[in-house]
Ligand binder design. Structure first.
Ligand SMILES: Cc1cc2nc3c(=O)[nH]c(=O)nc-3n(C[C@H](O)[C@H](O)[C@H](O)COP(=O)(O)O)c2cc1C
Length: 205
């Protein structure tokens, strides 16, 4: 009788072990599925950007007016584009998993010339650009990835005020200064970018 009970107990333990071992790989698979779907969010976004000129489009719209201004500005100039909203860049002070701020900074390190374009939203730069420059504060200076880069700034809006046209370039010039970049100037609409375009073409020559 005792032997039967012992055998029964042994069988129960064996079944228990099989169930536990059988579940373990499933759990891991679920984890990697989640990671995969997280990276799928921006599967088409570049993970590296090599080349001299990079255009950072900080609009809500990958093919909107900021994009149009950037493309017109860089007409004939080979360049790569980073659409900032393709990346998860949380607000300064938010610490969530999957943040890609450092990835974007590293991508910028591959370029010699950085052209940042923003729409005017509520008399300011886009929230994406504001968050990005806020986040630079997290980095220890000097930031090798940015040092020595030439920074061109493009902004456009429906009808930006004179204050906005002064304030945004001023802010970007301060960012350039703080991170040892060379601020090359700003264009505040498609109509007034010729001078800055000439500057770019001269320096790329
Ligand atoms: C939320 C929001 C706020 C805006 N605020 C302003 C503004 O303060 N001044 C302005 O001139 N245009 C403003 N606009 C208009 C945009 O700047 C304009 O449509 C711009 O061309 C949009 O560029 P995009 O296509 O790259 O987004 C605003 C648009 C949005 C969506």
């Amino acid at each position: 009788m005792k032997r039967i009970i012992r055998r029964g107990l042994l069988m129960l333990v064996a079944v228990f072990v099989v169930v536990i071992v059988g579940c373990a790989p499933q759990g891991t698979e679920k984890g990697s599925d989640a990671a995969q779907s997280a990276t799928q969010v921006n599967a088409s976004a570049p993970q590296t950007v090599e080349g001299d000129v990079v255009f950072v489009n900080t609009s809500r719209d990958p093919k909107g007016n900021t994009y149009a201004m950037g493309e017109a500005f860089l007409e004939g100039v080979p360049h790569k584009t980073i659409f900032l909203n393709d990346y998860k860049i949380y607000q300064l002070g938010q610490h969530f998993e999957g943040d890609q701020f450092n990835d974007v900074v590293q991508m910028l390190s591959k370029a010699d010339v950085i052209v940042i374009g923003t729409p005017v939203y509520w008399h300011m730069m886009s929230g994406g650009l504001k968050t990005f420059i806020d986040r630079l504060y997290e980095l220890d200076r000097p930031v090798a990835a940015l040092q020595g880069k030439k920074l061109y700034f493009l902004m456009q809006g429906m009808s930006p005020s004179e204050e906005t046209k002064k304030q945004l370039p001023y802010t970007m010039s301060r960012v350039a200064n703080r991170y040892d970049m060379e601020y090359m100037g700003a264009a505040t609409s498609m109509a007034d970018m010729k001078e800055l375009q000439d500057t770019l073409r001269n320096h790329l020559r």
